[in-house]
Design a binder for this molecule. Structure first.
Ligand code: SF4
Length: 101
């Protein structure tokens, strides 16, 4: 019985650390800026309203990172984009946009 209790008491701190890990890992991920070289090449804009429609005629106003397949956490205001491996705002856009099914 003592062994089981010891085992459980050892698991509790591990579970707490595991719960904090994704947030802590995200804190180390830099934010994507429009000045980033790859962002420029992909037409990244921090707001979908700022997209050059003449340059990207397939862009639509309802296309935002939060609806993109590459946006890691759809409900979050900011999340990691797995295309850039950087944090982007939910209302941003780039030419790599791919609608989440
Ligand atoms: S790939 Fe998707 S989530 Fe990433 S910046 Fe472009 S539109 Fe946003």
């Amino acid at each position: 019985m003592t062994q089981r209790r010891d085992f459980i008491f050892k698991l509790i701190p591990l579970a707490g650390a595991a719960a904090l890990l994704p947030r802590a890992a995200l804190a180390d991920v830099p934010a994507l800026t429009e000045e980033d070289g790859m962002a420029k090449a992909m037409g990244f804009r921090s707001s979908t309203d700022k997209v050059d429609q003449a340059k990207y005629p397939k862009h639509a106003g309802d296309q935002v990172c939060a609806k993109c397949l590459h946006y890691a956490t759809p409900a979050a205001d900011t999340a990691k984009c797995d295309l850039f491996s950087k944090i982007v705002p939910k209302g941003a856009w780039c030419s790599g946009y791919s609608r989440r099914p």
